[in-house]
Design a protein around this ligand. Structure first.
Ligand code: 13P
Ligand code: SF4
Length: 357
């Protein structure tokens, strides 16, 4: 396995390249909502009624990711994982898509539906993982592996997708990797933990970019063992971006963590799990927004967070007043330059067409 995304210091040691993580401390959308005379007078009920009226007037569909705050999930027409939201964006017959998620997701919708208007309620809702790789870095990495196939996680900016051969989400990463013709080098980016998982499950050797999501990288195997000790007999659900997945699989092989009660799942997979499980307790290792959806699906099971502090501030910057403003003022429109979109679409189409096995 070779690695990308790291540099060498003066002594030749491998060191991480520092990436500027997007900030959502003061966004333009937050300031605009705070200064908005109409919104200041509106109750939550007024805002929801206004969103309903505008949704019809604008011929809009509201899509929300599973990590959105509960109030935004509850007002959305469809709540899902990255793959499902891309499929919805590609299939909708509405004129306007309001994307309650992070920026790369709205960009993907704009690429898949170039004739629609795609709005994001806060254009600064970024992603630390998408920020961990640039298109120039992918080109340089690809040049080190002539003939290599670039598989990019959907958590990347559009220009990175444009220099990729395939995109995938956590729901279909293993299937996408398996679909690459045998004998080709595969360069998987940017999430190293998802890459390690896909390598293990697909049996294909991958070159990995050493990027990570700051929310999921923090999960440690000790947290898992402590949670399982505190809740004997519970199921364990882990998102494949979690920093502990590989070590947990080692513990599963050693018999310290029960194999039949451990599930590595995309956020959509976690919803499907919630719909059918009968276990009394499930420990959920991902962003805490997931719990609202799972609890809504199933009141029999106690869904507990592996970590209360696993909160994605980018997802949480989308609020009900921002959704109202977005529909009222038709802001912020997400566009992708046509040349970038045309190149990225092939890789994204392969992702949307790959149904998880
Ligand atoms: P899913 O594709 O599983 O919804 O995950 C998206 C994401 O951003 C995870 O951090
Ligand atoms: Fe990006 Fe991590 Fe937030 Fe997902 S949880 S959107 S990978 S920063």
């Amino acid at each position: 396995m070779s690695i990308g995304g790291y540099a060498h210091d003066a002594s030749g040691d491998v060191v991480p390249r520092s990436k500027a993580r997007p900030s959502v401390v003061h966004t333009d959308a937050t300031a605009a909502v705070a200064a908005d005379a109409e919104i200041a007078q509106m109750s939550e009920a007024d805002l929801l009624a206004g969103i309903d009226r505008l949704r019809t007037e604008r011929d809009a569909v509201i899509l929300a990711h599973n990590y959105q705050i509960p109030a935004v999930q509850d007002l959305a027409d469809f709540v899902g994982d990255s793959l499902q939201l891309s499929q919805q964006a590609a299939a909708t017959d509405k004129s306007v898509i309001v994307f309650c998620g992070v920026h790369f997701m709205a960009e993907t919708a704009a690429i898949l539906s170039p004739d629609k208007t795609v709005l994001i309620p806060d254009a600064e809702a970024g992603c630390s993982l998408a920020a961990s790789v640039t298109a120039d870095e992918v080109i340089a990495w690809r040049d080190e592996h002539p003939g290599g196939v670039v598989v990019s996680y959907v958590n990347t900016n559009a220009d990175v997708k444009a220099v990729s051969d395939y995109c995938c989400t956590s729901a279909n990463a293993i299937d996408v990797v398996r679909s690459v013709p045998e004998g080709r080098d595969i360069l998987f980016l940017p999430d190293m933990f998802l890459g390690l998982w896909a390598e293990r499950e697909s049996g294909r050797k991958l070159h990995l970019w050493l990027g990570e999501c700051h929310v999921h990288a923090g999960f440690r195997p000790e947290h898992v063992l402590e949670a399982l000790d505190a809740h004997p007999g519970s199921d364990l659900l882990l998102h494949p971006e979690c920093g502990c997945v590989s070590q947990c699989m080692y513990h599963v092989a050693e018999g310290d963590i029960p194999a039949d009660r451990t599930h590595v799942l995309s956020t959509g997979g976690m919803v499907r799990y919630a719909q059918t499980t009968e276990v009394p307790v499930a420990i959920v290792g991902t962003e805490t927004g997931m719990l609202h959806r799972m609890r809504a699906e199933n009141q029999r099971t106690d869904f507990l967070p592996l970590s209360e502090s696993a909160v994605c501030e980018y997802m949480k910057t989308i609020t009900v007043p921002k959704v109202y403003r977005s529909l009222r003022d038709m802001v912020d429109v997400v566009t992708v330059p046509a040349d970038v979109a045309d190149k990225a679409r092939l890789a994204i189409d392969r992702m949307v067409a790959t149904v998880p096995a």
